[in-house]
Design a protein around this ligand. Sequence first.
Ligand code: PHE
Length: 454
Amino acid sequence: MAAIDTENNRGLWSSKIGFVLAAAGSAVGLGNIWKYPSVVAENGGAAFLLVYILACFLVGFPVMIAELTIGRRTGRNPVGAFKALAGDKKIFGLIGAWGIICGVMILSFYLVVAGWTLGYVFEEIAFFVGYTGAVTVLKDVTLGWKNALFALLFLASTILIIKGGVSGGIERANKIMMPALLVIILTMIVYVMFQDGAMEGLKVYLYPDFSKINPQLVFAAMGQAFFSLSLGMGALITYGSYLSKKQNLPEAAAYVTLSDLGVAFFAGLLIIPAMYVASNSGIQIFTENGKLIASTRLVFDVLPALFHNMGTGLGVFFGVVFFVLLGMAALTSTISLLEVPVSYVIDEWGLSRTKAALTVGAVVAVLTTIVAFDINWIDRLSLIFNDIGLPLGGLMICIFLGWFWKTESALLEIKEGFEGLDSSKFRTLWPIFITYICPVLIAVVFGITIFNLF
Ligand code: PHE
C-alpha cells in the first residue's frame, strides 16, 4: 500500500506515472481490442473512426476531467462523492448508484469475454500441439460450463488483486503489461500487411465513406467512447479519489485519452485488415450480402486464423503471447470495474476491503454465470448498461457539475497541481464543454436515436 492520505485515510497512488498507467490500464482493455474493431467493422470503417475520435475528444476528454476532479475533491466512492458535493440534495447520490449498477452489469459480461481470452491461450497451445479435441472445446464460445469456469477464474484473480489495495495491487500490475501489448500489436500489424487481402481491409479502415455516417453510427461511437475510456460509471471518480493534489488532472486525462485512442487505433489497424486476410483464405466473416457474422466472436475467429497460418514456431509464440497480454489488459480493466462497487461497500457500509471484495464478488459471480450459459446476454447488457447507461451517466455528471456543483468550484480543485490554470485556454473552454457542449451532444444523440426507433 502506498502513502496514506492522513486527511481521509485512503490509499494513494505512489507516483504520477503509476496513476496514469493505472487509469490507462482501466481504459485499455477488451473495449479497445475486442469491441472496437467489431463496431468499426459493423459501421463502415473509416467513417466510424472519424466520429469516434470526435466523440473521444469533444465528450470523453472533458467528462474524464470532470470525473477525476469529483473523485479527488471528495476522496470518496461515486455515491459518497455526489452526496458529499450535493449538500442536502442527497438525490444526486443516485448518479453514483446508477454508475455502480452499470459497473456490476458490465463486469458480468466483460468477465465472460475475458474468460475467452484465457481459454484461447490454451486453445493456441492445443492447436499447435495437435490436441484437436481440446481445440474444439476451447473454441466453442457457446459452451456454458467452459465459459463459466474461465469467467470465474478471471473473477477470482481480479478479487485477489483488489484485496491487495490500491497501489500494492493495481499499480504494480500495470507497469509492464501495457507497453508489451502495444509492441506485440505493432509487430503483428507489420506481419498482416504482407498477407493477401490486407490492403482491402486497410482501405476500409482508413478511407472514409461519409455516406456511411448515420444516427446509428454516431450512437455506437458515443457508447464506444464512454466504454473504452471507462467513463460514465464512476471508475475514474474512484481512481481520482486515490490521487494526490500534486497531479495535474487535465494532463493526466490527456495521457489516458491519447493512449486509449492509440491502442484502439492500432488494434483496428491490425484486426480490420486481418479480417479481410481471413476472409481471403476462406474463413467466413461476412454473410452473402456483406453483413458481419457474429461480431462478439470476431477477434476470436480472425486472429487465431492468422496465428495458425504463421507456422508452428511463430504461430504458437504470437498466439500465446497475444492472448496472455490481452488477458492482462482485460484484468486491469476488470480491476477498475470491481473497484467501484468495492470502494462503495468499504466507504458506505463500513466493510473491510477483503470482505467488500468477497461480497461484491459473490454477486458478480452469479450474474456472470448466467451470461456464461447464454451469451446473447452480452449484446443485451451491453446495449442497456454500456451504450445507453454510460453516456446517460456522463450526461448526469455534466449536469451535476455544470449546473449544481458549478465549474468554478471544480476549477479550484483542478488548480491544485495545475499551476498555469488561470492563464490557460483550458480555463475558458472546459466549463463551456461541461456545461453546454457535452450534455447537449449526448442528449441530441439520445434524442435522435429514440426518434429513429419509432
Ligand atoms: N475501458 C475498459 C475497456 O475498454 C472497460 C471499462 C468500462 C472499464 C468502464 C471500467 C469502466 O475494456
